[in-house]
Design a protein around this ligand. Structure first.
Ligand code: KG4
Ligand code: ZN
Length: 338
């Protein structure tokens, strides 16, 4: 490579304000994440208005810190990248307007990135050998997709959730159990001391050959189980509920990902998104991958959560393919991958 390409990336789609400096796509020089979780915790979930205000308060500081930790100044930056969707519109707009202002005033190329594409790209940072094609499960608070990654920046969605996202289901059950927000990490932790076979919660595999998901039946079943026990004044074993619920989710997620990877003859089955941090999902997927002769990869937890380094990585592959965004680019709360 002739010249290093250094990208300043910004991510504000939900409740983390993040800025990163990424060199040649896969080398993270800095990745600053300012989480709002403690603020939203008391409301039991993300409050969009509050998220926008907090992004506005911290974005400049986070960017300054990212540049300073990377030992770079704007003069050494080749492009400014930002998440343009999907996400909360008010939250996205803070990142977008900041990125546009920096790019415009510094006369730099500006690149809008899809948040889901960013989650997938987190794996390139962690696994230097990974290149498309591969099959990826993106499971977060807002999305559950099985994606065939054809090339960098070219995707085919094989399946998606028909109702709740996997992370959303974790969050709702955790809330019912009084575990707080975000629920996924709490359920993961509590499940470790429970029996995953204690309660036979339903698995929605849907029609033969479908890579779609549905978690609403499982969610209702878990909530009914919990509420009827409570009404009858019976003892509730939260750890068993957490473990049995988690097992039902990860059983379906991992089975469908492996099936999709086999169907696409992929060498790799890859995990991405917040739910990719789930310890049981990682364990079961590794096991099933070994059985099927497919290599399973996932990023470390800090790259599974929302962060700007993954946006910088995805942006690099757009940059080298010549893609640039226009300053009229708007926030797209429902942006899809295809
Ligand atoms: O990707 P992410 O940080 O934000 C979105 O783009 O939505 O994902 C957040 C989601 C939340 O629903 C959270 O409960 C879930 O990921 N999550 C987990 C775990 N860690 C985070 N779910 C299950 N197990 C975990 N260990
Ligand atoms: Zn995300």
């Amino acid at each position: 490579m002739d010249k290093d390409i250094i990208i300043l990336a910004i991510e504000t789609s939900c409740d983390e304000t993040s800025a990163a400096v990424v060199k040649n796509g896969r080398e993270v020089l800095s990745n600053i994440i300012s989480s709002q979780i403690d603020i939203h915790k008391k409301f039991g979930g993300v409050v969009p208005e509050v998220a926008s205000r907090k992004h506005l308060e911290s974005i400049s500081l986070v960017i300054d810190e990212a540049l300073s930790e990377a030992g770079t100044s704007l003069r050494e930056i080749d492009a400014v990248a930002v998440t343009c969707g999907p996400g909360l519109v008010g939250a996205l707009l803070i990142g977008l307007s900041t990125a546009k202002a920096i790019a415009y005033s510094s006369n730099l190329p500006f690149i809008g990135v899809n948040h889901i594409e960013g989650h997938i790209a987190a794996n390139y940072i962690e696994h230097k050998e990974l290149e498309p094609p591969f099959t990826c499960l993106v499971a977060s608070g807002g999305h559950s997709h099985i994606v065939n990654v054809i090339e960098y920046n070219k995707y085919e969605i094989l399946g998606r959730t028909r109702d709740d996202a996997a992370g959303e289901a974790f969050d709702k059950i955790a809330r019912a159990l009084g575990l707080g927000y975000p629920g996924g990490p709490m359920i993961d932790k509590l499940a470790a001391s429970g029996n995953s076979e204690a309660i036979g919660f339903p698995r929605a595999f849907l029609e033969e050959g479908s890579y779609d998901f549905s978690f609403s039946g499982l969610k209702s079943s878990a909530l009914n189980y919990f509420n009827s026990k409570k009404m009858r004044g019976e003892e509730i074993n939260s750890a068993d509920i957490a473990a049995s619920f988690q097992e039902a989710v990860v059983d379906v997620l991992s089975a469908k990902l492996i099936k999709a990877a086999l169907y696409k003859k992929s060498k790799y089955a890859v995990l991405a998104g917040g739910v990719a941090s789930n310890s049981r999902l990682r364990e079961l997927l590794k096991y099933r991958g070994e059985q099927a002769g497919i290599q399973v990869l996932y990023p470390s937890p800090i790259l599974c959560t929302d962060n700007a380094a993954m946006i910088g990585c995805a942006a690099y592959y757009r940059y080298i393919s010549g893609t640039r965004s226009d300053f009229t680019l708007n926030a797209m709360p429902n942006l899809t991958l295809e």
